[in-house]
Design a protein around this ligand. Structure first.
Ligand code: SF4
Ligand SMILES: [Zn+2]
Length: 346
């Protein structure tokens, strides 16, 4: 059985619950970096017909496909979704707007060119927004679309966000089933750059079938490989989402999410080699069994330090961290390669 068939079979057993088409899948506020300074953010996940790749099987860790709409939202629905999101900006006088769709903002089956242009025009006219970021798979990044976006946005900065996950084509294919190659990512980043558009690269620590140590090495190598095509690197920590292939492994005790000590170590090493590259990580679900975790005592403190570092970019934020479980993590690094593929659980 191919990996895609295994993922598709799991997807086929899930039901997507009908939900209001004029409401975004999620909206939240946060903070990020803009030219080295902290800025507030408003993130919207548009509810669209969903990720084309995900519907055909898709990535082993991705449960976002279940956030999509049961029927395609109309242009008016998508505009209302944006209204509702902007209402949450409340009295913020400056914020970066981040657009996700549980798929690709530039996939015209999810968001038509007319709606995309209308959304960007509204954002360009909003003086509170100095920068817009939009996530997409690389195949939808074309000269025409980049030209259109920058023409509409004018002075408003624009960044694409691409889930490269790893620079290894083998891991991306055999552990993630991502469906594109490093060369495809490079082409997208270079196309964006030609138009003055920056690239945020998402990597993912510990896809299935990798030991803790292999996963760390993969991300350290990936930061090195992706750096020249990235303006920011954000390292996601794999968590166990419902209805995914990763969840089926986890239920069989064949997958453990990454240790938080691993990302701390990765950041320290990567920052030594790339001191000027903004490297970020938001340890979603940290401390829970399904999320990246250390022991119960330290997980939340370590996660807070990782979030703090993402804004300060100062590895000194990790200096005070210590816990008995760090010795256990070191043992896992020694032994995890010797268990013939079984995860060391806790
Ligand atoms: S991770 Fe991205 S590309 Fe993969 S299935 Fe999910 S939304 Fe689609
Ligand atoms: Zn601990």
């Amino acid at each position: 059985m191919t990996l895609n068939k295994a993922v598709a079979d799991i997807r086929a057993r899930q039901r997507i619950k009908p939900s209001a088409l004029d409401r975004p899948s999620a909206v939240w506020t946060g903070v990020d970096l803009l030219d080295g300074r902290e800025i507030k953010t408003l993130t919207i996940i548009f509810k669209t017909s969903g990720c084309r790749w995900g519907q055909a099987g898709g990535c082993t860790m991705c449960g976002f496909v279940y956030d999509s709409a049961t029927e395609p939202p109309s242009p008016a629905d998508l505009e209302t979704q944006l209204d509702r999101a902007l209402n949450k900006a409340g009295d913020m006088d400056e914020f970066m707007l981040k657009i996700f769709t549980s798929g690709s903002f530039f996939d015209e089956r999810e968001i038509s060119p007319q709606v995309r242009q209308s959304i960007l025009r509204r954002l360009a006219d909003d003086e509170r927004i100095p920068k817009v970021l939009a996530e997409t798979r690389p195949e939808y990044v074309t000269d025409e679309v980049m030209d259109e976006c920058t023409t509409i946005l004018g002075d408003t900065k624009f960044e694409i966000a691409v889930g490269l996950e790893t620079s290894s084509d083998i891991i991306r294919k055999d552990s993630i089933n991502k469906g594109f190659t490093f060369v495809n990512f490079v082409r997208a980043s270079e196309t964006a750059k030609k138009h003055g558009v920056t690239t945020k690269t998402y990597l993912m620590l510990k896809p299935p079938f990798l030991s803790e140590g292999e996963a760390m090495d993969d991300i350290i190598q990936s930061v090195n490989d992706a750096a020249q095509y990235s303006d920011t690197i954000s390292i996601n920590l794999c968590n166990v989402q419902r209805g995914t292939f990763v969840e089926s492994l986890w239920q069989k005790q064949q997958y453990r999410p990454p240790w938080l000590w691993s990302i701390v170590e990765i950041i320290k090493k990567a920052k030594q080699v790339h001191p000027d590259m903004p490297i970020m990580s938001d340890p979603v679900g940290a401390g829970s069994k399904r999320g990246p975790h250390n022991c119960k005592q330290c997980s939340h403190d370590v996660a807070d330090a990782i979030r703090k570092f993402s804004i300060t970019q100062d590895v000194g934020d990790f200096d005070e961290l210590t816990c008995d479980c760090k010795e256990l993590w070191k043992k896992v690094l020694e032994l995890d390669d010797l268990t013939y593929g079984s995860a060391i659980m806790d």
